[in-house]
Design a protein around this ligand. Structure first.
Ligand SMILES: CCCCCCCCCCCCCCCCCCC/C=C/C(=O)SCCNC(=O)CCNC(=O)[C@H](O)C(C)(C)COP(=O)(O)OP(=O)(O)OC[C@H]1O[C@@H](n2cnc3c(N)ncnc32)[C@H](O)[C@@H]1OP(=O)(O)O
Ligand SMILES: Cc1cc2nc3c(=O)[nH]c(=O)nc-3n(C[C@H](O)[C@H](O)[C@H](O)COP(=O)(O)OP(=O)(O)OC[C@H]3O[C@@H](n4cnc5c(N)ncnc54)[C@H](O)[C@@H]3O)c2cc1C
Length: 661
């Protein structure tokens, strides 16, 4: 049963919901990992909807940037007061969810506090440092950010220029931004809101540069909020989206902090200037791995937002005719519309399933690392590097298709899809630019193939074991596992092709760096295929583990959309494996699977259970009453406050009057 049906809804949408074959609350439990978590989301949405001061003061598209920041701060402050009665304060998921529900996706002054400021203190700070700052941060006595990227460098962390030089005589670090390019640039909440920051700076002791390390740095006076002497700080200006956040710049001039402000759980500087190395050279990068490990689920949900809007709207939008000339059809009945939207629904599910898996893997790694075992770091770094890149890219594509699927109204901010798009595609850049991260995964793939070449296949981890197989024929009786083999073939042959190209260039005498660069397009292709294979196999395993038979049936239908679409999409890589007859068969299976999923399309997006408040879309309203509300929305546009604007009285009217002569 679809739990979204209510009296007064658009009958077209009710019809869709009645055609669903499963219970949307049960599906939500599968999506969010447990009935309890799904139930908590519903309870929080319900509780928030009853609190007037948490409602939007006006639609976000009508707000200026200053109003967005003010509104985000107002709601953050109210939430801080009300949170104990609304959520489990120990639950990161509930904390993120309630902020997204109340404030939305456009960012706010505390958006990075929880995800990029607190975790480094908790994982890289010593027990004393945690005692000193963690409680203060958690109670929000201080607001923090994460300042790593500089004006001149974001991807290449080894070229960061900010320095933290140890001064033994005063037992302090002296922070400096020696050049214009060394200004910190981009950190969210830095511009106007944060008064503390984790700052990544090159640690210099006795004139030796030990590379980037994290420091706890106070930026602003805790009473006046004025920047402290030696600090230059401000907002970097409007962005493509995410304008409720104050991304900022930051410079230091001989700014001193105590020795105890370097986060010293892993690397240490002793009072006499000794340097103690961390147990793994890249342990300081683990905050980034944490964020990347959460991005698949987060991006899957961005895609889910856009699809909820586009699928619901497509079910109430009637345009053109099929057989019956007496009534126009729902645009959702067109095969092209289904082909545009349904594979993305499947991807959104796949990303979320994968995302919860990588969050679990990260949590396990964290425990291992705290116990001194860093052996899993390389694997998770490779996995999350590829996953964040593929998922953000495909999410962006899916959201843009969702916008086009809504025709003209999709282009209006009333759909809200442009904001979702703008925020989501930021993910292609932040936490590691996608090409750069694909190349990180490629290093891992090349190393794995070199192990095979050196006769060490048995040392390969489970995620890359397929690289050593030798599949060259596929049974035409295609079930999910055969599709997986097709994908393995594609990923494997591309990984070998790219590696062999790199090796050939090396053998021709080219330097390692040049050879890598000349092979890099092929290498990134290998990384994408490897990651898409991982997503597919996680999806298959997840569906296999579902117990509720009605839910399982529809998820198998969705999986069929996914595997057929994905294999069609990589046709060029499987030409040596599949005949054109086999490709035709798969193409037909895709069309059949689109038809099979059609009656459940609305119920599948309803199962994401994204409230109207969170969706902030006139087109995507749960009740489907779009047209009257679009008209209401347009009338409430500030431009319509007056019938005659100054633009007319001051310029257009005099121009027209003059032209009359
Ligand atoms: C109260 C509020 C509640 C919260 C509510 C929030 C809800 C609000 C909802 C709103 C939603 C809005 C969502 C939008 C949020 C926007 C947030 C944006 C936040 C963004 C933050 C950032 O971007 S922070 C900056 C990120 N920067 C980067 O990612 C930089 C990328 N670069 C790198 O990581 C590195 O430079 C590198 C990895 C690319 C290269 O590093 P390096 O040069 O040092 O190494 P090598 O390439 O030489 O490799 C050497 C060797 O090391 C291995 N390695 C590298 N990294 C790792 C690692 N992490 N772990 C393990 N191993 C690693 C590498 O593989 C090599 O190994 P080999 O064996 O030698 O091959
Ligand atoms: C919305 C948003 C929020 C952000 N929040 C924060 C934050 O809170 N804190 C923070 O510290 N930073 C933040 N950032 C910065 C972000 O992390 C960087 O922008 C990102 O890491 C990319 O680095 P870059 O800007 O230097 O890109 P560049 O590296 O300059 O990328 C430019 C081009 O060069 C290519 N390129 C670069 N290096 C290579 C290579 N080795 N091989 C092949 N191609 C290469 C890239 O693929 C890309 O096409 C944020 C950015 C955004 C957009």
């Amino acid at each position: 049963m679809n739990q979204s049906i209510k009296p007064g809804d658009n009958p077209d949408l009710t019809e869709e919901r009645l055609s669903g074959t499963f219970d949307t609350n049960s599906m939500a439990a599968v999506i969010y990992g447990s009935d309890k978590l799904a139930q908590r989301r519903r309870e929080i949405s319900e509780a928030v909807s009853r609190i007037p001061e948490l409602q939007d003061s006006k639609p976000c598209p009508f707000m200026t940037r200053e109003e967005k920041i003010l509104e985000g701060s107002r709601k953050s402050a109210i939430l801080n007061r009300l949170l104990p009665g609304l959520i489990d304060l120990d639950s990161f998921e509930e904390t993120v969810f309630i902020h997204q529900e109340v404030i939305g996706i456009e960012g706010h002054p505390l958006a990075l506090h929880e995800s990029l400021f607190i975790p480094p203190i908790a994982t890289q700070g010593t027990d004393e440092q945690q005692k000193k700052w963690l409680g203060r941060a958690q109670r929000r006595e201080i607001i923090g950010c994460y300042a790593q990227t500089e004006l001149g460098h974001g991807s290449n962390l080894r070229a960061l220029e900010t320095t933290a030089t140890f001064d033994i005589s005063s037992q302090e670090f002296i922070l400096n931004s020696p050049t214009i390019t060394s200004l910190k640039w981009w950190p969210g909440a830095l511009g106007k809101s944060a008064n503390w920051s984790i700052v990544i700076a090159n640690l210099i002791v006795h004139d030796k540069n030990h590379g980037p390390h994290p420091f706890m740095v106070q930026l602003r006076d805790e009473k006046s909020h004025e920047p402290l002497p030696g600090i230059t700080v401000g907002d970097i200006g409007p962005k493509m989206a995410f304008n409720g956040a104050d991304n900022g710049f930051l410079g230091f001039e001989n700014y001193r902090i105590p020795r105890e402000n370097m986060l010293m759980r892993h690397s240490k500087v002793t009072p006499d200037g000794g340097y103690i190395r961390p147990p793994h050279a890249k342990i300081g990068y683990s905050g980034m791995v944490r964020v990347r490990s959460r991005m698949a689920a987060e991006q899957g949900l961005f895609l889910a937002h856009a699809l909820t809007i586009a699928v619901r709207y497509s079910a109430i939008r009637r345009q053109g005719y099929l057989e019956d000339r007496s009534r126009e059809v729902k645009v959702l009945d067109y095969q092209t519309q289904q082909h545009r939207l349904f594979p993305s629904i499947a991807r959104a599910y796949a990303f979320i399933f994968c995302g919860f898996e990588t969050i679990r893997l990260y949590d396990q790694l964290l425990i291992d690392v705290q116990n001194g075992n860093t052996s899993g770091m390389a694997d998770l770094h490779a996995l999350t590097s590829g996953l964040k890149s593929v998922v953000t890219h495909q999410t962006g594509e899916g959201i843009e298709q969702a916008r086009m699927a809504c025709g003209g109204h999709g282009y209006s901010m009333a759909s809200y899809i442009s904001e979702i798009y703008g925020v989501a595609i930021g993910g292609c850049t932040y936490e590691g630019e996608n090409m750069v991260m694909l190349l990180q995964l490629a290093r891992y793939l090349v190393k794995s193939i070199e192990m095979i070449q050196n006769g060490k296949s048995k040392n390969l981890g489970p995620m890359v074991a397929y690289l050593a197989a030798n599949e060259s024929e596929i049974d035409l009786n295609l079930g999910p596992n055969e599709y997986l083999k097709v994908f393995q073939y594609a990923a494997r042959s591309q990984a070998w092709r790219a590696t062999e190209k790199f090796q050939k260039l090396r053998n021709s005498g080219m330097s390692k760096e040049q050879a890598w660069n000349q092979a890099s397009v092929e290498l990134t292709r290998a990384s994408r295929l490897h990651t898409r294979l991982y997503i597919m196999s996680t999806f298959i395993n997840h569906v296999g583990s579902v117990v509720d038979q009605k839910i399982k049936k529809v998820l198998i239908d969705l999986l069929n959309v996914h595997i057929t679409y994905e294999v069609m999409d990589i046709g060029i890589y499987v030409q040596g494996l599949l005949s054109s007859d086999q490709m035709d068969l798969i193409r037909n299976q895709l069309y059949v699977s689109l038809e099979t999923i059609r009656p459940n399309a609305v119920s599948l997006v309803d199962s994401f259970q994204i409230s109207d408040m969170q969706l902030r879309s006139v087109l995507g309203r749960r009740d489907g009453n779009v047209y009257e509300n679009l008209f209401k929305w347009a009338k409430s546009c500030p431009l319509n406050d007056k019938d005659v604007l100054e633009s007319v009285t001051k310029y257009l009217k005099p121009m027209m009057d003059k032209s009359k002569l």
